[in-house]
Design a protein around this ligand. Structure first.
Ligand SMILES: C[S@@+](CC[C@H](N)C(=O)[O-])C[C@H]1O[C@@H](n2cnc3c(N)ncnc32)[C@H](O)[C@@H]1O
Length: 347
């Protein structure tokens, strides 16, 4: 949904008109019923916030254009992030202290209004910049984007074969790196499910999405069965894991489980690509227990084991992140690697 909201070409005039109606509807809504119910709703949202979010939700649901609903759900997600009782200092769900909750003075409707107006300006600016700076021609401007939901561990549900991949995989299992699932759990409770495509109950528990993501389930039997062929593909992973003292190995099973899943995904991904395709991967070497996991070298070896060579590399420094850098580990990444691969690479 986020991707769709980002790539679609809005008619700015229509967007402005619809948003005006939405904001007007919210301001006139005196209904105090709470539109959603889920376990622990009162833990995460104060009663007045629940009422205001319900007003926002009702107004978005009344919008005919699905595309504009996407835009508005994304903005609503941001006010859920800042208006809930969840701390913004960590990706994990962690309730603020009682004292902090009492002290806060939040008006989600006011915040939503500001962000909707800013969002409209941003969309207009974005297309304007693209047109001016990249001199976007009509053909590019009108190009279609087809966005699909999928689990790369299972399949890439499309028959087309692609020329180019530009992506960034997770840098480890979600539980110990970025808990994408936990961080999206609260917004997902409010967004109308008819605007989300997902074949499983993604809000069953706060852990469900992370559990289903790469490395989300540490099944030792599966890891042990995959480890020998995996080590053949990536000797760097072998020496990394063998270098971990016996008493600390337990901590690294999640890391192994992630690489096992990622390796499986690469098969699915590569089979969707043309033989002479280019791959641009951004990856970071995250830390586990103060040890840097050499994800860049592991990815290079996994690709090379499939006959696809590294062609070019670059680094980028992580200057600032909207979300905090805090996680379970003492050290966090300072840079990311951009790795470009091609099957018949010439160095
Ligand atoms: C570092 S982020 C990169 C996001 C985006 N691919 C990009 O390149 O900007 C990694 C993403 O991989 C997603 N992910 C984790 N496991 C996945 C899986 N099995 N199938 C598809 N995506 C997965 C996470 O939810 C997260 O959004």
């Amino acid at each position: 949904m986020l991707s769709k909201a980002k790539v679609e070409k809005y008619d700015i005039h229509q967007l402005k008109e619809v948003c005006k109606v939405v904001l007007d509807k919210i301001s006139k809504d005196e209904d105090t019923t709470v539109a959603v119910t889920f376990r622990n709703i009162d833990k995460w949202f104060n009663p007045d916030i629940q009422i205001d979010l319900s007003r926002i939700r009702r107004a978005i649901q009344a919008v005919d254009s699905q595309l504009i609903r996407y835009f508005l759900w994304v903005i609503m997600s941001e006010v859920i992030r800042t208006g809930s009782n969840d701390r913004t200092s960590t990706f994990k769900l962690h309730r603020r202290s009682e004292e902090n909750i009492q002290k806060r003075d939040i008006n989600v409707i006011k915040e939503f209004t500001i962000l909707v107006n800013r969002g409209i300006d941003d969309v207009a600016l974005y297309w304007d910049k693209l047109a001016k700076e990249i001199k976007l021609n009509e053909e590019c401007r009108n190009a279609e984007a087809d966005i699909r939901w999928g689990n790369t561990k299972e399949s890439i549900e499309i028959d087309t074969r692609f020329d180019l991949l530009v992506s960034s995989p997770p840098y480890g299992d979600n539980h110990t790196t970025v808990t994408y699932g936990q961080t999206s759990y609260l917004p997902l409770q409010w967004i109308d499910p008819r605007d989300l495509i997902c074949p499983y109950d993604y809000v069953k528990t706060t852990q469900e999405i992370d559990r289903r993501s790469l490395g989300g389930q540490t099944i030792k039997k599966k890891i042990l069965a995959s480890i020998v062929p995996l080590y053949e593909k990536t000797p760097t992973l072998k020496s990394f894991f063998e270098g971990v003292p016996e008493e600390e190995k337990e901590k690294y099973y999640k890391t192994l489980s992630f690489i096992v899943d990622f390796d499986e995904s690469l098969d699915k991904i590569i089979s969707s690509m043309k033989d002479d395709a280019f791959y641009i991967w951004t990856i970071g070497n995250r830390f586990v227990g103060n040890r840097e996991v050499p994800n860049d070298q592991i990815l290079i070896e996994l690709m090379e084991s499939r006959g696809i060579q590294l062609f070019e590399r670059a680094e980028r420094h992580i200057l600032n992140k909207k979300q905090p850098k805090k996680n379970n580990y003492s050290k966090t990444m300072e840079k990311e690697h951009i790795l470009i691969f091609h099957k018949t690479a010439v160095l």
